[in-house]
Design a protein around this ligand. Structure first.
Ligand code: ASP
Length: 614
């Protein structure tokens, strides 16, 4: 097809280009007819340029202009001219100029649009995904895909300067348990045998260390056959990193340097040179989660010792069963909401307080008493012991302990204290964490920006109640901390690993560890995780074999690209950071995937579909 090829883009022209003849190719964003004048906003991925048809334009050109509809693809040849002063648009980078059209060629028409191509698309998710190719034309998706590209580019540039090799690992691998369920690919050539798609390149990157490639990275696609949850996808992208001859702090420092550099380049945002490091147990106790949002304070405190002295019998029973009591203070200063019209109202109404209890209960807390604090004015000459007056469902239990409770919590006049308890420490923490997170959002305490931290020293094992055995909290290749190694088997629950997670704004965005590089230690870990020596040999024999050949000490990490782009672009779903994601039911409405396949294909793969497949 012959057409006038663009000489510039729709985002490039400025006042200095006035007088030039240009050709633009793009899509009709909007058309406005003002009698003799006709304006066409022409869009491409670089921006929007206003094209004008004047009174003196030829009839043919005017007719062509009249026939244009939204999202028609056209070529415009014309002269750049300055807009009249009254029409200069400061909000558009090209707002000082317009292109007076001399010729318009229709490159293709556009069918009736399922939604408007706008800044953000408010259509429902399935419609957006069915027409993803159009959804991607919207401003928000265009800028997020650009951000993703720039992010990955900056990562690559940084790692190249640090002497990392970018090495691809296979996507058809043997099925090896790594924590999640594998996606399997049936082999045509070997009836009844399967390849698996990698849950991550974990074992390959460790093998690359054995091969001597001491600094490796890859922008790696990972596949996990998990039920679709909030911000998870069946396939996602990681920056996969592995390094030899390193200890934990080497990996952490490299990542800090990388993110400082990349955030500056891509977002012009200054991150601190070092991210706070928080012990796993401290994170759980203080924030009620191992992915704390540090954009606000609202720290959780343990009040078990005060409760022991109180009249709170139900809580005392929980304490005697080995539990704990946590408290969190909602500050009076933020006890209000503001609606769209700017009208403010009290936030902590009885109804809201009840809803907070409900939130905590979904995480295990039995009941969630609250206490409102008021301070008797000093002028009344109140004795110190009665400085704080408590009311609310939990107040009566703390008679005589008002001062101690409020001082321990730093609670003051008008503040509201929420309490949670559970006989299982972790459940008490996460229930309190759920309250913290709701209050943080609802009270408007969240500061703008990016709050990174490291969570370190995680427990190495978790007990799988359903299956009745220990399993790796991260994966089975992570190194236990040295002091636990002699007695690993005695109490696996106490063992801490050389494990670390990078967290930003309440999301886990990377996890990694120093790895085991000793055959015997690796076998002990397999045994604790319920793999017999024979089974371990069958499943991981190739790794154990490689470890016989001088493996170097090594460790690594894998930041999630999708999630980081989501955070950087202030979105709540990773679908907003991926060009072609699946919907919440793991389906792609655009190409209707997953789909049935031909009987011939099944036969070649030696597969028979059971009748009751539905
Ligand atoms: N391979 C791990 C994962 O995908 C991350 C790591 O330890 O490097 O979760």
């Amino acid at each position: 097809m012959n057409f006038s090829k663009r000489t510039t883009t729709c985002g490039a022209l400025r006042a200095s280009d006035v007088g030039k003849e240009v050709i633009l190719n793009g899509w009709v964003h909007r058309v406005r007819n003002h009698g003799a004048l006709q304006f066409i906003n022409l869009r491409d991925r670089y921006g929007i340029t206003q094209v004008v048809l004047d009174d003196d334009s030829s009839e043919d050109l005017k007719n062509m202009g009249q026939s244009l509809k939204m999202e028609y693809c056209i070529a415009v040849t014309g002269i750049v001219r300055k807009r009249p002063d009254s029409m200069v648009n400061d909000k558009m980078p090209t707002g000082e100029i317009e292109v007076k059209a001399e010729k318009i060629e229709l490159l293709s028409r556009c069918a009736t649009l399922p939604f408007m191509i706008d800044e953000e698309n408010s259509a429902n998710e399935d419609l957006r995904l069915k027409y993803r190719f159009l959804d991607l034309r919207c401003g928000g998706m265009q800028s997020r895909i650009r951000l993703r590209h720039e992010f990955i580019k900056a990562i690559r540039e940084f790692l190249y300067t640090k002497d990392f090799y970018e090495i691809e690992t296979p996507t058809l691998i043997r099925s090896t348990p790594e924590g999640a369920r594998d996606f399997l690919v049936p082999s045509r050539k070997y009836a009844g045998k399967f390849y698996a798609l990698p849950q991550s390149p974990q074992l390959y990157k460790q093998l690359l260390m054995v091969s001597g490639f001491d600094k490796y990275f890859q922008i790696a696609r990972c596949y996990r056959d998990e039920d679709a949850r909030g911000d998870r996808q069946l396939e996602f992208t990681q920056l996969d990193v592995e390094m030899s001859f390193v200890q934990r702090d080497d990996v952490l420092s490299l990542m800090e340097e990388l993110f400082v550099d990349v955030f500056k380049k891509v977002m012009n945002y200054d991150l601190p040179a070092h991210f706070r490091r928080i012990d796993y147990f401290d994170a759980m106790n203080t924030y009620g989660t191992d992915k704390p949002d540090l954009r606000f304070g609202l720290e959780i405190k343990d009040i078990s010792e005060i409760v022991k002295k109180s009249g709170f019998e139900a809580y005392k029973t929980i304490l005697s069963e080995g539990g704990c009591v946590k408290a969190i203070v909602a500050p009076a200063s933020h006890n209000h909401t503001t609606d769209a019209k700017g009208k403010t109202a009290e936030l902590l109404t009885r109804k809201y307080i009840d809803s907070i209890s409900e939130t905590a209960k979904t995480y295990g807390a039995d009941f969630v008493p609250f206490i409102k604090v008021s301070c008797a004015p000093a002028s009344e000459g109140t004795a110190d012991s009665a400085k704080y007056v408590l009311s609310g469902s939990g107040a009566k239990y703390f008679s005589g302990l008002e001062n101690e409770l409020c001082e321990a919590l730093g609670a003051g006049n008008g503040d509201t204290i929420f309490m949670v308890s559970h006989k299982v420490w972790k459940k008490a923490c996460v229930s309190a964490g759920a309250i913290r997170s709701r209050l943080g959002h609802d009270m408007g305490l969240i500061q703008p920006g990016f709050a990174f931290c490291w969570i370190v020293d995680f427990p190495l094992f978790e007990y799988n109640e359903d299956e009745g055995h220990w399993e790796a909290a991260h994966h089975m290749f992570s190194m236990p901390q040295a002091k636990y190694i002699p007695t690993l088997e005695e109490n696996p629950g106490e063992v801490r690993g050389d494990l670390y997670d990078m967290v930003c704004n309440g999301y886990e965005c990377a996890s990694g560890s120093i790895r085991i590089h000793d055959v015997e230690l690796q076998k002990r870990i397999f045994r604790i995780c319920n793999f017999s020596d024979e089974e371990a040999e069958k499943k991981f024999g190739f790794l154990l074999n490689a470890f016989k050949f001088g493996p170097p000490p090594h460790g690594g990490i894998a930041p999630g690209i999708d999630r980081l782009v989501m955070i950087m672009s202030e979105q709540n779903s990773i679908k907003e950071a991926i060009a072609f994601p699946k919907n919440s039911f793991a389906v792609s409405p655009m190409d209707d995937c997953p789909n049935d396949v031909d009987a011939k294909q099944l036969e070649e793969l030696h597969l028979i579909i059971k009748e009751d497949k539905k």
